[in-house]
Write a protein that binds this ligand. Structure first.
Ligand code: B12
Length: 191
């Protein structure tokens, strides 16, 4: 738990029975992250809502929200080889599916949301953005996880899984209740 935490990390599953758990939490943006968010997305996020906001949430304050996710990898991602590449593809697919679904559900309610492509570090749904978002810096700031340097790449370490962790983040601009409702609709795996 950090000061920015609105909903602490819990392991969710997108499709019951799939076994692909994804640790997810909901946060306000602390100052350093807010500065970085503006570099990455500029003011593209202000271009929504472009449709009428639902009456249920119309009076609520709009807030910038980060939804960091971490998946436990079956391999240490710092190693190299075909099996690592295969594992990274699996983790990528699990996140893209989850990130897209969460973003589309928030967008479906009339608000802005987007997620970072883990391969490039660039926003997936917002056009005209070319600044890379650092997942490692983001997780350090939001979750207080630690990192180390592996050559050119900064590597995150999860408190339980070490560097067998695959970080990726979703962002939203909406009332807190909207983001909470979407995230709380997923099943939680007991740890
Ligand atoms: C591009 C990339 C690479 C590139 C280049 C890396 C580079 N640094 O140029 C290459 C292909 C080489 C690479 C290699 C690897 N990578 Co890589 N890579 C990335 C990627 C997509 C972006 C990293 C990046 O460019 N960061 C640097 C940029 C964003 O920051 P910067 O300009 O240096 O600094 C800015 C920030 O610090 C910012 N800032 C300042 N203060 C603050 C505060 C906050 C709060 C924030 C948010 C930002 C911020 O300001 C600075 C200036 O603008 C990330 C995913 C991601 N989105 O983070 C994965 C990622 C870091 N890579 C990963 C991995 C696993 C690897 C490899 C180990 C894979 C492998 N098995 O070979 C190797 C490492 C090999 C090596 N020794 O380098 C994983 C790490 C997993 C983990 N546990 O942390 C990540 C997170 C991808 C993932 N989701 O799994 N990678």
């Amino acid at each position: 738990m950090t000061e920015s935490t609105l909903l602490p990390p819990r392991i969710l599953i997108q499709r019951p029975g799939s076994g692909d758990g994804i640790e997810t939490s909901v946060h306000n943006l602390p100052k350093p992250l807010l500065r970085e968010f503006r570099h990455v997305f500029q003011d593209e996020y202000l271009k929504r809502p472009e449709i009428n906001v639902p009456i249920a949430t119309a009076g609520e304050e709009m807030v910038l929200i980060a939804i960091p996710t971490n998946q436990r990898a079956r391999e240490d991602l710092v190693a190299v080889g075909d099996h690592i590449e295969q594992e990274k593809d699996r983790l990528l697919n699990v996140f893209i599916s989850f990130g897209r679904e969460v973003s589309e559900r928030i967008r479906g309610k009339g608000y802005w949301a987007d997620f970072i492509d883990p391969c490039s570090g660039l926003p997936m749904m917002t056009p005209n953005c070319n600044k890379v978002y650092s997942e490692v810096d983001g997780m350090e700031c939001l979750l207080n996880y630690k990192s180390y340097n592996a050559g050119f790449c900064k590597i995150l370490t999860h408190p339980k899984w070490g560097s067998a962790v695959y970080p990726a983040t979703i962002f939203a601009h909406c009332p807190i209740s909207v983001a909470m409702e979407v995230i709380q609709s997923y099943d939680v795996i007991q740890q």
